[in-house]
Design a protein around this ligand. Sequence first.
Ligand SMILES: [Zn+2]
Length: 585
Amino acid sequence: MADLVDDIKSKLTIEGLVSQYVQLKKAGRNLKGLCPFHEEKTPSFVVSPEKQICHCFGCHKGGDIFTFIEEKEGITFVEALEVLADKVGIKADTKKYKKKAGPTDKDDYFKAHEIACEFFEKQLYKTNDGKKVLEYLYKRGLDDETIKEFRIGFAPDSYDALYPSLIKKGLNKNVLLKSGLVSSKRIASDQIYDKYRKRLIFPIFNYLGKICGFGGRALSKDQMPKYLNSPENAIYNKSKELYGLSFAKQSIKENDQLLVVEGYFDVILPYKAGIKNVVATSGTALTDKQAKIIKRLTSNVVSCFDNDDAGFNASTRAFSILQKEDVNMRTIVLDEKDPADLVLERGGDFLKEKISGSDNFMTVLMNKLVDTNDVNTLEGRKAVISGLMPFYKGMKSSVRDFFVRELSSKLDIKEQFIYDEIESFKLPYDHPAKIKAKSDLKKTKFDVDELVLGIFLEYPKVFGITNDLLDKNDFQEELKSVYKALADKYNSLRENCKDWDFDKGVLLKNKEKIDVLRLYADYKYSSFSEELLEIELGKLIDKMKKSTRISELRGIQKQIDEFEKAGDTKKVLELLEQQQELLSK
Ligand SMILES: [Zn+2]
């Protein structure tokens, strides 16, 4: 296994992996971004290309590539090995480790989805009914390449086409029921039948590109429901998935922009036409969780929902949810029914033009309200203003000023009047802007001795100036041996000590802790000059000494109390003397 781990590590860097999830910006020798593990507005998630680790100084999650992916995807170490081996194109034989760990429940779900997907794909190309559906797909503008890339399939009009083949592969009945692939009148009964019948099948891929659910679209008008989607289960969380994200993520980061649409075809057709940074909410309104996933990739969203009231409401809702995440949203107003039709009728370049010419949603909403109300009357103007108020309320002041000016000129009223309205407007209790984001985790501070040790480890040069001031008893238990190892090395080399040996002995044994302390020292002090660092270190050491003294004094006081009780006056006097000595230091 060690070989496999090293193999993967030699092909995949921590910054390469993390940047698939988080937008990283350069910060000195490191990279910084918003933590993918907790909610925060200012980045405290640091990635070190040198140390090949990442760490959040807010919630203290992170580690190497394996810990990162385990934590992020909620998978085991063995699964992480598989996922990453697959990513870098190594054939990983993890069977023997698997046996040890035992297959997880999730493995069965993924397996069932994969087998079902292959079955649906085959039905589309190999059956007569399937071929008719294929014709329909061609008519909607798809070609074989795209159909195969998105793995679109067809569920035949049968109650027992899929189920027997899943059971033959040894899959558990309960997993199949919970994944919504099959149904039963009563759970206990053996009358189990296929849930997807006579439907066009869109597999839903998770962030890593594994199939985690299906969307089944009705093929005739009388079929209900129009969309049959997977129920929530061990691998599918409806409010979290964005359709197409595994295909789009790279392009989203490259363009620093995301196009959000409603349906499967609205993703696939623009994608085929070269607009690859596109995802769909798939029938639901944009959720908080989806907004958070988006925020990690980009702060620029363009919405393009259906050209009807429902579509406009979905845009409005998305705008207020993204506003809360500080994500900017522009919107495309269509003449066609939806973006899929637009691409089919007028081509991808036309959609590209629409994207670059799109207005901020606030402007679009303002225009719509001005158009649908008689702004020459007092009532009409009031309606426009009150329709916009909830969004003014959630805006940053710089943005707000811009849109106050815009509205003031459109309605020909004084800006101050709008500001007064904003001031007195109260958000409805369920408005997204009102449901405040959970306050960022309190930055968990390191103990002062940890900070000092971190500085020593990262900047060996400064060790000398403090060597005589400290000894290992100034450090907490777990760090004593580390400090001693540094002191020994330093003493044996004195001025010639330029670096520590992290590859063996105590430092290797405590590698994880040490890496985090070093990364923090780097994160906090890399901009300091050596002189400034020495001053800072002096202050920290004073603090340490003081706290050592306090705990020593406490210890002595405890002994004094005990010997007093026992009536040992001689001992008590000795201890009092010690106490005086410490206090006078
Ligand atoms: Zn965090």
